[in-house]
Design a protein around this ligand. Structure first.
Ligand SMILES: *[C@@H]1O[C@H](CO)[C@@H](O)[C@H](O)[C@H]1NC(C)=O
Length: 223
């Protein structure tokens, strides 16, 4: 009796020790496996890190929409717009053009209503006048310039953009860079705007200023 009891106790202890040894070596094996290829470990960490919408540096609070707007680079690379992590206009989507690229978004739901590009160098400015006149209340307006947003610009169009909250539409000219987010019933000026004048002394590219990037969180309109 005593001997079988002792054997049982020893067997239990042996199993525990074997389990512990196994777990320890397994653990070490795992850790070593992750540690050895350092670059792979870093890549895994990057994948695991929570990505923000549109790649913003900080996530937006609840009831805010994330957006990022990039103007075109010279007359070479087209502009792009991201809204709530969706690329809505870009060269890859093949829905951008020289001039002004404009997307309309429902300020409550974040749903994209319309997007279009307007040739402001050789196009018909009346197309843009008509487009702007049909913007419904409570709509967010995202704008990105590409190549030349200024040649066909007129007072009527400047006034609509100013009413949407733009501070720079008044002076927008030939080959300026401009990115803007405004709203139909905005009272006052939008904080979301960047502008660079085409100036041969400061231009980044020959004939064009630097491209502009605008990102932020715009509050959802709650009725
Ligand atoms: C935006 O969405 C709200 C809620 O669905 C709707 O009531 C409103 O009519 C929409 N506005 C536009 C301009 O689509």
């Amino acid at each position: 009796m005593r001997v079988t009891g002792l054997i049982r106790v020893l067997a239990v202890i042996g199993t525990l020790v074997a389990t512990w040894l196994f777990l320890r070596s397994y653990h070490n094996f795992n850790r070593r496996n992750i540690r050895l290829p350092r670059w792979l470990g870093m890549a895994t960490q990057e994948i695991r890190a929570p990505k923000t919408k549109c790649g913003l540096s900080k996530p937006c609070p609840d009831n805010f929409f994330a957006f990022k707007i990039c103007s075109g680079a010279a007359n070479v690379v087209g502009p792009s717009m991201c809204f709530e992590n969706e690329i809505i206009m870009s060269p890859v989507k093949n829905n951008v053009g020289r001039g002004l690229n404009i997307a309309l978004v429902n300020g409550t739901t974040g749903q994209v209503l319309r997007k279009d590009s307007f040739d402001m160098y050789s196009g018909d400015a009346n197309l843009l006048v008509r487009f702007l006149a049909e913007i419904p209340e409570g709509t967010l307006v995202l704008v990105a310039s590409y190549d030349d947003p200024g040649t066909k610009m007129n007072g009527q169009i400047r006034k609509v953009f100013a009413d949407l909250g733009s501070s720079y539409a008044e002076q927008l000219g030939f080959r300026d860079s401009w990115v803007f987010l405004g709203a139909k019933d905005l009272k006052g000026k939008s904080p979301f705007e960047q502008y660079l004048k085409n100036n041969p002394n400061t231009n980044k590219y020959e004939g064009w200023p630097e491209l502009l990037e605008l990102e932020g969180c715009v509050p959802r309109k709650v009725f």
